[in-house]
Ligand binder design. Sequence first.
Ligand code: AMP
Ligand code: MG
Length: 330
Amino acid sequence: MTRLLAADPAGIAAAADILRGGGLVAFPTETVYGLGADATDDRAVARIFAAKGRPRFNPLIVHVSDGEAAFRLGRGDARARALASALWPGPLTLVLPAAEDCPISLLARAGLDTVALRVPVHPVAQALLAVAGLPIAAPSANRSGHVSPTTAAHVLDDLSGRIDAVLDGGPCPIGLESTVLDLSGASPTLLRPGGVTVEAIEAVIGPIALAGRSDGSAPRSPGRLESHYAPSLPLRLDVLEVAPDEALLAFGPAPPPAPLAINLSREGDLTEAAAGLYAALRSLDAEARKRGLTRIAVMPIPRRGLGLAIADRLRRAAAPRPPRAELNGG
Ligand code: AMP
Ligand code: MG
């Protein structure tokens, strides 16, 4: 049985108790709902991988209350500290060399000598971290490979009966995962575009590299294989004309006619589009299947600001699907 907990002091206390006892609680953050466990407890972390069906080589982000707590777990240089003071709390994850005697479960780190750290700004996430008094490992609270959840109901759709509780804090304000920046090597490298824009990061530390682009090498982030964030129907991207058997994920003031459509933002606002993206994919998928449509067509989204992260998620949602056992990510 999965308990639905209100995001009030009693619900947060109950959630913290579950975490301290080695259980799993999904909780809201400004990005998406996370599936939390005590990041220092191997068995609790193992339960996250089991509940999600997540491959074990894909490490987890560890959530902490503030920069001070983060830099006890990972070694932060001047760039990390500058980014932390400019952009934490917020949707930025820093991959740092693990501190000596780092207490984070090796399973959460997938055996790496680095650790991915984030300080969320969402008040419910902050309250849970404070009351639990633990670093919380938390990937997105969905079955591996599926669309990420931005409401408690989405979490229950995927994980009801597989986790102990969901803290219901309403819809997530940003709606896209955090930006992941690797600071463990010589040059800062973007591993995943997300809720903090490249422009905002570069304003603090100067130019950053995009993983797997500049030198053609494989991305350094183990969780960055292709198919991910996928609804059940296939996607067709950058569409200007919709086929009769397609539902439309629209963007902007002048969408083409379609038998069924959801517009991410009539005004062409990328922040609004990001916040509604996953909910739109979920409901378009369900409604299109009910009506016998066979595909989701997606209009072009400008690749600037949050549009870079939106385009990244849509490209992965459209990628050829591997057999279930190989599905990567979370
Ligand atoms: P998720 O938890 O599903 O939001 O995904 C977390 C992302 O961070 C995945 O793409 C991981 O591969 C990446 N990540 C987590 N820890 C590390 C690490 N130590 N080194 C590189 N990438 C990491
Ligand atoms: Mg995920």
